[in-house]
Design a protein around this ligand. Structure first.
Ligand code: PXG
Length: 464
């Protein structure tokens, strides 16, 4: 059996990595000089690197390892499915048991009449499906001019041409010819940094009403759908004011615009319910799912579609699909993941134990001189670093300078906490215990203290 050794010296692994492996969202020259951190094993909420460090994973991998690492049942199910049927496709009038069972299970869990699943290999692929599906839906309804999809700046919906265009990441749009035509973006509901003198409630309404203004500007007869993450994840865990989603829902209903909830991060327990739409009171026509669907143990995503759209699309051949749509091993692994989440009461644990405890400790970080704002929904949290707490001030330094310093101090203290600009974010495995939350907060506090000292010493504690 060919094995990749875990016992090669770190420097050799790093040299091979630098020579041959192109990392996503990375300046690879800089990384080559520094050397990648090499993760070799993981269990529960803890990663082990090639130097033997034990690191608390405050990000659940990439927002996905909801059930935690090292669940042997997942490996057993994958091996069993590989032995029985490692691959078959779902094109050309065939199906197989894992895809059938998973689609039926997702339909049971999903709210309302979201009863149909189009599988993909990832969240990006699923959002590409959504673009084509909503446009084709309107074409079948005799309204082919309804093509425009409205999204938000600083949204993240994936990295393919379609999904990256839906997203509102300026840095992505600057490279490689994005966005594709007929995608429009409105401003994000980020009160802390963009709300000015408005109350959060006023600001939530103001930002939601940009959707109405955009619809009227384009002409409602040209607008196919609105897409949003119930809570923006990659954009910095931005929790919209309470007034935002009800107003978005009202506007979508009024103009008969389809509503797509991108649940790739919020889905499968992250917000304390099965779906973020339930937490935020949204009634979507389509939900994008991936990540927590399999807890990242296998790559799988999909679009969960309401009766009306699915029945309409069913009238025609939908010329769309991926080799790995409903991949049997990934589907079997996802089903086992859903069984674990349900039978072990993991969402109850989030709601009743982990969230309340983390909330107490997370919001207490507001007392730190570097912290100006904390937010936490379920187990997705963020906080703003600021040079001047009283004023919701930005740093004068380039955005992300203080965040990067703080992130590096977290790593040095064996904690994975990410930064988005000067906002720190967490999204730990949903199985995290109160004792592990204590460890997370202790390491974060120490890292923030060290970062504060360094930021001050480097003369960066200045407001813009
Ligand atoms: N939608 C949302 C809301 C996401 O967060 C995707 C779609 C795309 O999924 P795939 O499986 O194609 O990656 C995502 C992915 C980050 C980061 O830096 C976030 C994601 C991916 C990579 C990096 O936080 N989210």
């Amino acid at each position: 059996m060919q094995q990749i050794s875990n016992h090669m010296p770190t420097a050799e692994l790093q040299a091979l990595d630098a020579a041959h492996h192109m990392h996503p969202f990375t300046q690879n020259d800089g990384l080559a000089k520094k050397g990648a951190r090499i993760i070799t094993r993981a269990n529960g909420v803890t990663l082990t690197d090639s130097e033997g460090h034990e690191i608390l994973d405050g990000m659940a991998g990439l927002w996905c390892v909801n059930i935690g690492y090292g669940r042997k049942e997942m490996a057993t199910v994958a091996a069993r499915q590989m032995n029985e049927l490692p691959f078959y496709n779902t094109f050309f009038q065939t199906s197989h048991v894992p895809a059938i069972a998973l689609a039926a299970r997702i339909a049971e869990l999903a709210p309302g009449d979201l009863n149909h699943v189009f599988f993909a290999g990832s969240g990006s692929e699923a959002n590409d499906t959504n673009i084509r599906m909503v446009r084709h839906y309107w074409a079948l309804k005799g309204q082919p001019e309804r093509k425009v999809i409205i999204s938000r700046k600083n949204a993240y919906h994936g990295s393919s041409m379609g999904s990256g265009s839906l997203g509102g990441m300026a840095g992505m749009h600057a490279q490689g010819g994005m966005p594709i035509p007929d995608i429009a973006h409105i401003d994000q509901p980020y009160w802390y940094m963009e709300g000015g003198e408005m109350t959060p409630e006023e600001f939530g309404l103001e930002r939601a009403r940009q959707l109405e203004a955009k619809i009227l500007e384009l002409g409602a007869e040209r607008v196919a759908a609105f897409i949003g993450e119930p809570i923006q994840g990659a954009g910095g865990v931005i929790v919209p004011p309470a007034t935002y989603w009800p107003e978005i829902q009202r506007i979508c209903d009024k103009y008969n615009i389809l509503l797509i909830a991108d649940e790739v991060i919020c889905g499968f327990g992250r917000t304390g319910n099965w779906f973020g739409s339930q937490t935020m009171g949204i009634k979507p026509h389509i939900m994008t799912i991936a990540k927590g669907l399999s807890s990242g143990y296998a790559p799988i995503g999909g679009s969960v579609v309401c009766d009306e759209i699915a029945h309409t699309i069913a009238q025609d051949e939908f010329n769309h699909g991926y080799t790995y749509s409903g991949h049997p091993v990934c589907a079997a692994v996802a089903l086992e993941n859903l069984r674990i989440i349900e039978e072990e009461g993991i969402i109850d644990h989030v709601r009743d134990v982990a969230h309340p405890y983390l909330a107490e400790r997370w919001h207490a970080l507001n007392d730190h001189p570097l912290v100006g704002d904390t937010a936490l929904v379920g187990l997705m949290g963020s906080l703003a670093l600021t040079p001047d707490k009283g004023k919701r001030a930005r740093f004068a330094s380039e955005a992300g300078t203080a965040g990067y310093i703080t992130r590096e101090r977290c790593f040095a203290n064996n904690l994975v906490m990410r930064h988005v600009g000067d906002r720190m974010i967490i999204s730990p495995p949903l199985v995290i215990t109160p004792a592990q939350i204590d460890t997370l907060i202790e390491r974060a506090t120490k890292a923030f203290d060290e970062a504060y000292t360094q930021i001050k010493a480097e003369g960066l504690l200045k407001a813009a």
